[in-house]
Design a protein around this ligand. Structure first.
Ligand code: HEM
Length: 432
């Protein structure tokens, strides 16, 4: 197999694009013609992160990155506040997502006790002190910007006798034709997102929180992920996924203007019980087939997403921040940005169809006989996943050239609890 030449620029050649389109249509009879010719609401021009990534530090947080972009292993992130850490902060390079279930017979008291334990343990861990029961507190002494974010699934509401208060969007996503879920990554009652600049800090915090929760909650699965290496201290949300693509270019702004897209009640609207200043998180495990990706040439790869691999610029532009020209055609009249390209299909059809993506790569040990076990822990935050996330996920399920190489194998939807103010316990307003 020939290695792709990074200098190759054959975007006007229809060959590979035509092949892929034909293959896609043959595979699913997909309605690529329904894609609008222009996307007036494209956030490419309106919603780009600010030069600093549009990322505001949480009040009271130690700076995640100093003015020079440096990070220190001693940096901490504030636990106390109206909103939890780990949603709009610049994502740390290492993460662990832990799905847990409440035990059979769990009640509201079980949920409340769990939240008391976790509030205390998380506050201590994020402040570089081990939980009271920590037998290895030395491992907590190097916090490396540790943040822990707690979210709850539909089962939590049922156990707590709060089914009537559960927001309608807090439910597994409807089944989509691209889904190939295994039994390994189901929806759970609870989700912990543990992130830090150091895998040691992540591993320790994860273990202490899971051990501390037992028997109030039991671990069901763990998904580990990584982003840019520790040496890369640029702030911001953009990273390269394992396809080599610049991922996370077009995002809502998280320094204020787009607050209502991410935070529940961010626009002052009524919020479901106990969730004002919370959010929702969708976690999807998406396998990426590196073997077949290796067979695609550079043109096909760039065509699939609609952006160049080198800079992440739209294939009609020069810089990542350039707005895509959806009307541009090549010499043969084909759109330069393929109607079924991932970017084009993921663009918002309505202004509210925008989400904050904070994905992580995974690259786990392959099964015997396989060469890779690689993909994306796709993570997105939004105030309402049914209104904001589902329409674009449906469009991607209907037609997206990237589906040739990607397969969703797990999915969960969770409500991110509001933050805990001084003296408060996480989830207090919900469980009151
Ligand atoms: C393995 C799976 C996926 C990969 C490798 C991937 C990769 C990418 C890349 C490279 C871009 C272009 C740069 C950027 O703006 O970030 C992009 C854009 C985007 N993706 Fe994905 N993505 C994946 C799955 C998803 C899923 C599941 C969703 C949501 C349902 C999604 C939503 C978006 C959105 C909203 C954009 C921005 C579109 C715009 O330009 O307005 N992606 N993705």
């Amino acid at each position: 197999m020939a290695r792709p030449d990074p200098s190759e620029q054959h975007r006007s050649a229809p060959g590979r694009r035509a092949v892929l389109r034909t293959g896609l249509l043959a595979a699913g009879g997909l309605g690529v013609a329904t894609v609008a010719a222009t996307s007036p609401t494209s956030p490419s021009s309106a919603g780009l992160p600010a030069p600093d990534g549009g990322l505001a530090e949480r009040p009271g947080s130690s700076p995640g990155t100093g003015a020079s972009g440096t990070r220190s292993a001693g940096d901490t992130v504030a636990f106390r506040g109206a909103r939890q850490a780990g949603v709009v902060d610049a994502p740390q390079p290492f993460a662990s997502f832990v799905g847990l279930d409440l035990p059979p017979g769990a009640t509201r008291e079980t949920c409340a006790r769990l939240m008391r334990v976790w509030t205390d343990d998380i506050e201590r861990l994020m402040a570089a002190r081990g939980p009271l029961t920590d037998l290895e507190p030395e491992l907590a002494a190097v916090p490396s910007r540790l943040s822990v974010t707690v979210a709850v699934g539909p089962g939590f509401y049922d156990a707590a006798g709060l089914a009537a208060d559960r927001p309608a969007w807090l439910a597994p996503l409807p089944s989509l034709p691209i889904d190939r879920f295994t039994d390994d990554w189901p929806q759970t009652d609870l989700l912990l997102q543990v992130r830090a600049d150091s895998p040691v800090a992540v591993a320790h915090a994860q273990r202490r929180l899971v051990v501390g929760a037992d028997p109030l909650a039991v671990q069901r699965w763990v998904q580990r992920g990584f982003r840019e290496p520790l040496t890369d201290t640029r702030p911001g949300l953009v990273f390269r996924n394992q396809f080599g693509q610049v991922d996370g270019t077009v995002q809502p702004r998280v320094d204020g203007p787009d607050d209502p897209l991410v935070w529940i009640g961010g626009d002052g609207a009524p919020a479901p019980k106990g969730l004002r200043d919370g959010s929702s998180v969708v976690v999807r495990r998406i396998a990426m087939n590196l073997e077949t990706w290796d067979e695609a040439d550079r043109t096909a790869r760039e065509n699939a997403v609609g952006r160049t691999l080198s800079t992440g610029a739209p294939v009609t532009g020069e810089r990542a921040s350039d707005p895509p020209d959806l009307l541009a055609t090549d010499g043969l009249g084909f759109p330069v940005i393929d109607a079924a390209s991932h970017m084009r299909r993921a663009m918002p059809a309505e202004p509210h169809e925008r989400i904050l993506r904070q994905p992580y790569s995974y690259d786990d040990a392959p099964a015997p006989g396989a060469r890779t076990n690689t993909g994306l822990v796709f993570v997105s935050f939004q105030a309402d996943p049914v209104r904001q996330f589902l329409p674009l996920q449906r469009r991607l399920a209907e037609a997206d050239l990237m589906n040739i190489w990607t397969t969703p194998i797990g999915s969960g939807v969770y409500a991110v609890l509001p933050g805990a103010q001084p003296g408060e316990v996480l989830g207090a307003a919900l469980l009151a």
